[in-house]
Design a protein around this ligand. Sequence first.
Ligand code: PEP
Ligand code: MG
Length: 589
Amino acid sequence: MTFSIHGLAVARGIAIGRAVLVASSRVDVAHYFIDPAQIESEIDRVRSGRNAVVEEIHRLQQTISQLGPKDAPNELRALLDVHLMMLQDEELIGGVKHWIQDRLYNAEWALTTQLEMVARQFDEMEDEYLRERKADLEQITEKVLRAMQGVASPTLPTVVRSGRKPAQQDLQLDDTDVPLVLIAHELSPSDMLQFKQGVFAGFVTDVGGKTSHTAIVARSMDIPAVVGARTASQLVRQDDWVIIDGDAGVVIVDPSPIILAEYGYKQRQVELERSRLGRLLNTPAITLDGERVELLANIEMPEDAPAAMRAGAVGVGLFRSEFLFMGRQSQLPDEEEQYQAYRRAVEGMNGLPVTIRTVDVGADKPMDGNLPETAYLNPALGLRAIRWSLADPAMFLTQLRAILRAAAHGPVKMLIPMLAHLSEIRQTLALIEQARAELTRDGHTFGAVQLGAMIEIPAAALMLKTFLRHFDYLSIGTNDLIQYTLAIDRADESVAHLYDPLHPAVLRLVADTIAECRAQGKEVSVCGEMAGDIAMTRLLLGLGLRSFSMHPAQILAVKQEVLRADTSKLAPWAQAVLVHDEPASLLAG
Ligand code: PEP
Ligand code: MG
């Protein structure tokens, strides 16, 4: 039966495919397709993982058989029996085999998919004792996954699919030609990054706001995505046919043939529009009245640089360096690793400028990849971004040295996130000086960098003169500026309706920042999601903005808006929008 689920539209387009429910495992799980020749070895890997855990339990059983009931309570013995029973359950192994043989999922993916299937059956059980056994199942699956980590995996994704039609060299099996869409309760930004290799044609998550970092990474992948779909992961079943309408923020489950045909048509229209925009690739972004506009790319990894170039970006306006730091547990990247990564980004941009933002972890970008469960903490107001860097000067110096060294290979701008206090500015500048002095002392080559600050806390937007005394340029992080001005957690879907880029207070702060920079002849850009939103392009141009940084996939659509704009007419209109009580009502005009 067809039904629809409503959420928040975060990445445009239509995806039609089979649902893959991703079980939230605490073990990182890779998702890729194997070659048919690897089927047996993948099944063997799962078997070896399972056997290792069975042996471990047998050993434990032997040990406790020598202990009295005081040291080894009967509950523990019973629990081990349950774990053994589950591990030897044919449904678990049979299911895993199915995902590997028929779908060509890699071993870990097959195991977590089957876990999800069986876990649902547990959820539906009436008996509370049996229902609670789900936790045991999750535990043993995790153990098997860990045991499998010790067994080498053929990590080369021989078949990487996205929503596109399979290319000739891709595998041609009936069942594997179907695009897959991912449905999850929650994905951290680093989880999301794992999926960047392009296995999925679309994403749906139960939680998350439009500018949560998970949504941002989904958008950067340029595939349809809906977040904040609340109960999607409970309502959708493994393998259901699903349509994701990334424009409307709707997920349609088990669509009828008529609905499928309608969305198939819409999908083709989207593709047509994309190819039409492709013609603008080499057209310079100049408005009707001759104003040159800089369209830059936001990237998460150095490997994103080629896509930025292909999209026609004239540089990187925001390299979110924190993605190098996330999911590493306590093993942070050292100076050499960071230097090589920044250098790859710089060289990948072929002489175009690269803005490297110093690490911005915290809030919804936790270091260990796990989202915080503690409701009472307020991580967005906590030790995040520059606060985190200044709390660990040695770590910060390592990053500063790496960035300065990478600057020897091409134009680099350094960008500091979330500054609010003059004392933070002073400490940051002193550490940059120290990094330069250390590099000189150590005989390292390094380059000159322009220094910029992000304006993403209202306090910063209210002390622009101070900021401009210390920095070469400013970059407005509207995602956080909106969050902190309106006191709306950007990752919380329950207040998403209040997250308003057109709130008069937000517009005032954005407008003042642009105006002050222009008055002082300093560069200013917007690198928050507002910059890639075509509904905002004319307004930002009217406010005097000439530098926009966004996901590469948005560049051509924004360029089209630029080419149609006349800033001499937009400027007075933008001033009227600015003083209006309800700016949104003027935006269509
Ligand atoms: C912003 O806040 O607008 C921004 C660009 O930074 P991030 O989204 O990474 O917080
Ligand atoms: Mg920010």
